[in-house]
Design a protein around this ligand. Structure first.
Ligand code: NAD
Length: 510
């Protein structure tokens, strides 16, 4: 039996252990989830939503304790656990409690005259068993929100938490157990990559994956073998564009929060900051001053928490070394805090360019590289010069310019004079372009991603034969040809007048 150790990365305190699910455990869980699906899909939406309401209320009641556990599991500041893990989760559940019925309501659609006599509708049917595979950086919201969305839509869920934040996986397991949903509807499979692979190979009906682009590609390849639909929420290298006419103080505060919250381990972190050259020096000074004031070593009032994994810190160091070797200058920070395990000082870098890893690859740590630009055109080009497309921000008092630039950035989410905040609005869809992933969740899209929109067309069934059925004859050919000309040709249609006799008779018989 193999176990995962739970440990606080900020203090190295051991927090317990959890048993990893084996291949057999995954297969048994899959069989139970399939069995449960056959009844869960028929549980009325209102009842499924009642479970989610109970979940939301339990999360709110236990918010302080949950924030504490998430902070211990990841090393993040407790306020960030409350603000960025718990807050968006309960906000999204509440949003779906109000909106799910209208989003998932069967939709009647028009039936064209050529299909006379029939009625058409779209039904939103659940897909089956959904695998939710999550990362460690916001381990609560990135697990609970997709799981809840899949459950609301009538799917059952097998959830694999990250092996780097197993305590949060355990916390989520306990939360869902307290709801007493029917057996097999929601199940946690603790473990690492191996468990994740078993889960993918067990043949779920949909995979919802959040994690790195490298893993996303592997999962998509494995899913392709079985043609399993995937939603991939992957990494980013998000640009922030500051124009000279922006409120520079606001932009500087936004930059340091966007780059350093969660110790920079945010998929939508500001990882590249571009500033119009006329205000570059002034702006860099503001950012440096603000970054230097951030607190890392206060017992209860830290701004920056610890990083979560030593491997991630290695990547940060590697990117910094590469940048400095190629001529970048560290204005502040640049090293691990003395005597602490995984605390890394907020770091501001200048003299960077796109040959450096720090401007190309996802760093996922508290590093903010800043580069000047001299025209709107150049700003857009630099912003888009990345394989990623998750989030971006544009800062200017000229709203026409800000909107114009925002429209030209190839990314799934854009903020104007703000940073990362789109995900906090549950009405907005969320997801990435290019190597930042595919698919959207949150908003109405967050439920629609877990259903098959199923078309149903029905006829009263009282007519002997249809115009398009066998046996074929010349009249049919003429009738269909005239219909095409009448309905879709250049001249406006003249009712049934221009149709050959056979077609007129057909329509009149309805
Ligand atoms: P990761 O890709 O290493 O792991 C994510 C999850 O996938 C883990 O649970 C892991 O056990 C599992 N896994 C790994 N290999 C697997 C395989 N072959 N088959 C099945 N499962 C497998 O990512 P991470 O280090 O946990 O998270 C950080 C990454 O996640 C960053 O790139 C970050 O940008 C990204 N991320 C994206 C979003 C988003 O919403 N777009 C949000 C948060 C994090």
């Amino acid at each position: 039996m193999s176990v995962l150790e739970m440990m606080n990365p900020a203090t190295a305190e051991k927090l317990g252990e959890v048993r990893e699910a084996t291949k057999e455990d995954v297969q048994t869980a899959m069989a139970e989830a399939r069995e449960a699906f056959s009844s869960w899909r028929n549980v009325p939406l209102k009842e499924r939503l009642r479970f989610m309401k109970r979940l939301r209320e339990t999360i709110v009641e236990q918010a302080d304790d949950l924030a504490d556990q998430i902070a211990k599991d990841t090393g993040k500041v407790k306020l960030e656990a409350l603000m960025s893990d718990i807050f968006p989760t309960v906000a999204t559940i509440k949003y779906y409690e109000g909106k799910a019925a209208s989003i998932l309501k069967t939709r009647r659609v028009r039936t064209p005259v050529t299909l006379i006599g029939r009625r058409s509708r779209v039904e939103y049917r659940p897909m089956g068993v959904v695998a939710v595979i999550s990362p460690w950086n916001y381990p609560f919201q990135l697990s609970v929100i997709p799981a809840v969305s899949a459950l609301i839509t009538g799917n059952t869920v097998l959830y694999k938490p990250s092996e780097i934040s197993p305590l949060t996986g355990k916390v989520i397991e306990d939360l869902f157990s307290s709801l007493a949903m029917p057996k097999g509807v929601f199940r946690v499979l603790h473990g690492g990559k191996e468990t994740g692979r078993h889960l993918v190979e067990s043949g779920p009906d949909k995979i919802f994956f959040t994690g790195s682009a490298a893993t996303g590609k592997k999962i998509m390849a494995a899913a392709a073998e079985r043609l399993i639909p995937v939603e991939l929420e992957l990494g980013g290298k998000d640009p922030m564009l500051v124009f000279a006419d922006a409120d520079l103080d606001r932009a500087a505060y936004g930059a340091i929060w966007g780059a350093f919250t969660n110790a920079g381990q945010t998929c939508m972190a500001v990882e590249r900051l571009y500033v119009e050259s006329t205000v570059y020096a002034d702006f860099v000074k503001k950012v440096k001053e603000k970054a230097e004031k951030l607190r890392l070593d206060q017992p209860d009032e830290n701004d920056i928490g610890s990083m979560t994994s030593p491997q991630q810190m290695e990547i940060v160091n590697n990117h910094l070394e590469d940048a400095v070797e190629k001529g970048a200058r560290v204005l502040c920070g640049g090293r691990r805090l003395n005597g602490k395990t995984l605390h890394f000082e907020p770091t501001v870098l200048i003299d960077v360019d796109h040959s450096m890893k720090i401007m190309r690859d996802e760093t996922f740590g508290p590093v903010l590289p800043i580069m000047p630009f001299s025209s709107e055109e150049e700003a857009v080009r630099l912003a888009n010069e990345t394989p990623y497309g998750l989030n971006a921000s544009v800062w200017s008092r000229d709203m026409a310019k800000a909107n114009r630039v925002a429209a030209r950035i190839d990314s799934g989410n854009v903020c104007i004079n703000d940073v990362m905040i789109g995900i906090a609005n549950p009405h907005l869809p969320y997801g990435g372009n290019k190597e930042s992933g595919m698919g959207r969740y949150h908003g109405p899209e967050g439920l629609l991603t877990f259903v098959h929109p199923t078309s149903v067309i029905s006829h009263p069934g009282k007519k002997r034969r249809e115009l398009n059925w066998f046996p074929y004859n010349r009249d049919q050919y003429e009738a269909i040809g005239s219909l095409i000309r009448l309905l879709y040709g250049g001249r406006p249609a003249r009712g049934l007048k221009g149709l050959p006799k056979v077609a007129k008779e057909f329509f009149r018989s309805e």
